[in-house]
Design a protein around this ligand. Structure first.
Ligand code: XBP
Ligand code: MG
Length: 256
C-alpha cells in the first residue's frame, strides 16, 4: 500500500535553478567583486555537481585555479552563504513559482491522508521559504519530514538524504514513492530502494532515467495535460492520487 510521497525540491516542486539559484550565485559573485558569471548553458553543466557550495568549489578548482588551494573551501562557504541570502530574497519577492500540478497534487495527497516528505540537496531555509511563499498558509505542516543539506552532507546521487527521510518516517521503501527531476536524484532514490516518478525540466529532460517508474513532462493541470515521455499513459493527462496509487501497485506487481 502506498503510504508516503517523498518529493525532491529543486526542479521538481519548483523550477528554481535557471532563474533562481543561478541568478543568486551570480549576484553573490558580483557582491564579492568577482567577474565570474554562470550563464544558462554553463549552469546546466555545473548542475552535474550537486550542492551549491560543492558547485562553487568545483568551479574554483576548474576555472579559478589562481586561488590558493587552502583558501578555496572558505571562499566557497562565504560565497554560498551570500548566495543563499540572495535566493531567499528572490523567493520572498515571488520570483520562484511551483511547477504545473504541484500545488494541486500536494493538497490532494494531503487530503487523501498520504504522508508527505521532502528529500533535497538544498538548505532547509530555502525549502521553508519556498513552501511558505508558494503554498497555502500552514502547508509547511503537511510535510512530516524534511530532509535537507544539513541532514545529509553526502549529496545526491548518494542515497543519504533518502535514507534519512525513510528512517524518520519509519516506513519501508516499498511503502513510498519518490518524485524527482534529475538523474542524480533518481539514482539517490533508487539506491535507497525507492521507486521513482520523474518529471523533467529543460535542464534534465535528456538525462538517463532508466529505472524510473514513469517519466513525465509535469503533473498536468486542467487544460494543460502532462505528456508521458517514458512509461504507461494516463488517460486524463493529470497525475492525481489515484494515478500514483496505480503506478505504485504496478511497481509492486513487477517486484513480486
Ligand atoms: C538541487 C541542488 C542544489 C541547488 C542549489 O537540489 O543540487 O544544490 O542547485 O541549492 P535538489 P544550494 O534537486 O536535490 O532539490 O545552493 O542550497 O545547494
Ligand atoms: Mg532536483
Amino acid at each position: 500500500m502506498l503510504r508516503a510521497l517523498i518529493f525532491d525540491v529543486d526542479g521538481t516542486i519548483a523550477d528554481t535553478e535557471r532563474d533562481g539559484h543561478r541568478v543568486a550565485f551570480n549576484r553573490a559573485f558580483a557582491d564579492a567583486g568577482l567577474d565570474w558569471h554562470w550563464d544558462v548553458p554553463r549552469y546546466g553543466e555545473l548542475l552535474r555537481v550537486t550542492g551549491g557550495r560543492e558547485r562553487i568549489l568545483h568551479f574554483i578548482d576548474t576555472d579559478a585555479t589562481h586561488i590558493a588551494t587552502d583558501e578555496r573551501e572558505a571562499l566557497a562557504r562565504r560565497l554560498h552563504a551570500r548566495k543563499t541570502t540572495h535566493y531567499l530574497r528572490m523567493v520572498d519577492e515571488g520570483s520562484v513559482q511551483l511547477r504545473p500540478g504541484v500545488a494541486r497534487l500536494l493538497s490532494e495527497a494531503h487530503a487523501a491522508g498520504l504522508t508527505l516528505a521532502i528529500a533535497t540537496t538544498t538548505s532547509r531555509a530555502n525549502i521553508d521559504a519556498l513552501l511558505a511563499h508558494t503554498l497555502p498558509p500552514g502547508a509547511l505542516d503537511w510535510f512530516c519530514v524534511i530532509g535537507a543539506a544539513e541532514d545529509a552532507p553526502c549529496k545526491k546521487p548518494d542515497p543519504q538524504v533518502y535514507e534519512f527521510v525513510l528512517g524518520q518516517l519509519d516506513l519501508a521503501p516499498h511503502e513510498c514513492l519518490a518524485i524527482e527531476d534529475s538523474a542524480a536524484g533518481l539514482q539517490a532514490a533508487t539506491a535507497a530502494g525507492l521507486r521513482t516518478v520523474v518529471t523533467v525540466n529543460d535542464y534534465t529532460r535528456d538525462q538517463d532515467f532508466s529505472g524510473a517508474l514513469t517519466v513525465l513532462s509535469d503533473f498536468g493541470e486542467r487544460g494543460a495535460p502532462a505528456r508521458i515521455l517514458v512509461g504507461a499513459g494516463i488517460s486524463s493527462g493529470i497525475v492525481d492520487v489515484a494515478q500514483l496509487n496505480a503506478w505504485h501497485a504496478r511497481s509492486a506487481d513487477l517486484q513480486a
